[in-house]
Design a protein around this ligand. Structure first.
Ligand code: GLU
Length: 417
């Protein structure tokens, strides 16, 4: 079996395609492919049982040409420097594509939050935050949640940073609880953005979203609310899944009830009454109108691309489709709304949160949601316009816009010295 493409290989290959389409020279290509700064730190953790272990932590700032670096922190056992590099690069193109004044970054700690107590998680977060402290800050690099982290993680990071500074610095991270400088609407922002992106794609294809069937892989922070918002808007969600597997009901599921089931103690959707159990692989291959991969990267690859039956794929996750799979899906006429567009609602509202923190002046939830809608619909129109003009996929068009704006910033600033 050939080795599947890694996230970094995928990101590099997508960059090469955009560079070729834009006609950029080799020097600029090399600059755009190279992270500006990569930090690897040791994160010693005292376990609850008194033993000590040392975890690997990372923060990569891929690009800083358009503003401070921005991107989430991932706690996952498979996190490594290459994965963080790929995710940081995608953040750069994402921020440029939606027109917010940031470069891209990502961070992570190789650990399994599911096997850690709340106290252990707090200690890891605080130690990691203090280790990367020299390179983060509201004007330098602003972390946010990602896989395995949440608003509590961000509150601990903000508190640790502020304790070192000697005063409260809310703007150092986004995705915080509203009580400590978070923004209304941030919690559901990525999912709401997935819904807007889905509707834009359906509208363009002349498909009514009401009654459209949906499968969502990853019933977490992004997929859980995306399923609920799509259901509430009239779509028919047939299947969802999490790390343990998936559930299917041909007549439709009630995502809000499933979310409640998880909130009240269940650790998986599997086994929910009135559903059939399916695997994550089976979910991806279901005969539905819309597939939302909202878990990890590389789940749609060379080997399963041909078996995908959805007409629309809306990428809630970062990097769920490898370039090999993209080619197969494109030849089958599947519309793939790419990650840097489809899941950009999260970082968009992170930007709104940072702006509110810097101004110490907070907006209503309606204002946040309305601004998000305008921003995402405008980004979609730009991407689909360019895709039509250049006869390229939505992914290539989105990458061309993102990469092109960063290349422009480089050229305009010039090279020092
Ligand atoms: N982790 C999210 C992403 O991949 C959000 C990043 C942010 O808000 O900075 O887009």
């Amino acid at each position: 079996m050939p080795a599947r493409m890694s996230a970094l290989d995928s990101a590099m290959s997508q960059l090469a395609t955009a560079v070729e389409q834009l006609g950029l020279d080799d020097g600029l290509h090399e600059l755009l492919a190279t992270p500006r700064r990569s930090m690897q730190v040791a994160v010693p953790l005292r376990r609850d049982d008194g033993t000590m272990t040392v975890l690997a932590g990372y923060r990569v700032q891929h690009n800083l040409s358009r503003g401070p670096a921005k991107g989430g922190i991932r706690f996952h056992p498979h996190t490594d420097l290459d994965e963080v590099r790929a995710l940081a690069m995608w953040m750069t193109w994402k921020c440029a594509l939606i027109g917010i004044p940031y470069g891209g970054a990502k961070g992570g700690v190789a650990c399994d939050p599911r096997l850690m107590s709340r106290n252990e998680l707090e200690r890891v977060t605080r130690r990691y935050a203090s280790e990367i402290m020299p390179i983060i800050g509201p004007e330098k690099d602003i972390p946010a949640p990602d896989v395995g982290t949440d608003e509590q993680t961000m509150a601990w990071m903000m508190d640790t940073y502020s304790a070192h500074k000697g005063y409260t610095v809310t703007g150092v991270v986004t995705g915080k609880p509203v009580s400590v400088g978070g923004s209304l609407g941030r919690g559901g922002a990525t999912s709401r953005g997935v819904m807007f992106a889905t509707f834009s794609a359906l509208r363009e294809a002349g498909v009514d979203h009401r009654g459209a069937t949906v499968a969502v892989q990853g019933f977490g922070k992004v997929g859980g609310l995306a399923a609920q918002y799509l259901h509430d808007a009239g779509c028919n969600v047939l299947a969802v899944s999490d790390w343990k597997g998936g559930v299917y009901n041909g007549k439709g599921l009630n995502p809000a009830a499933l979310l409640k089931h998880l909130k009240t103690g269940a650790d998986t959707v599997v086994g929910y009454p009135g559903t059939d159990t399916i695997t994550n692989e089976e979910l991806l291959e279901l005969d539905v109108d819309i597939l939302v991969p909202a878990a990890l990267e590389g789940v749609l690859h060379e080997e399963n691309a041909d078996r995908i039956r959805a007409r629309f794929i809306v990428e809630g996750a970062n990097g769920p489709t490898t370039p090999d799979a993209d080619a197969v899906l494109e030849s089958k006429g599947v519309v793939v709304v790419p990650d840097i567009l489809a899941n950009s609602g999260g970082v968009a509202v992170s930007y709104f949160e940072w702006v509110q923190d810097l101004q110490a002046y907070f907006w209503s939830e309606d204002e946040v949601n309305d601004r998000l809608k305008v921003l995402m619909e405008s980004a979609y129109d730009q991407v689909s316009g360019l895709a039509g003009e250049r006869s390229v996929s939505l992914r290539t068009a989105a990458q061309m816009i993102g990469v092109g704006r960063v290349a422009d910033a480089h050229r305009t600033r010039g090279l020092y010295p």
